[in-house]
Design a protein around this ligand. Sequence first.
Ligand SMILES: [Zn+2]
Length: 79
Amino acid sequence: MSQILTEIDEQLDDSVELTALDRCDSCGAQAYVRVTLASGELLFCAHHAAKFREKLEPSALDWHDESGRLNPLPPSGER
Ligand SMILES: [Zn+2]
């Protein structure tokens, strides 16, 4: 049992990455950028991330950009 729990923990570590279920807050397209603000998180597609970056980035606590990876694959694809 403990082995199974360990595997789940490892998968949760990967949850910091954006998935196809994450959607742009502006247009609903797949999100590739997650902006962490003091008030919460915002998700943007590559298009809207570029549009709002100049405005939001100075106040963002974190700017997680996966737009360079426009072909998301599950972590299990490694090896
Ligand atoms: Zn968008």
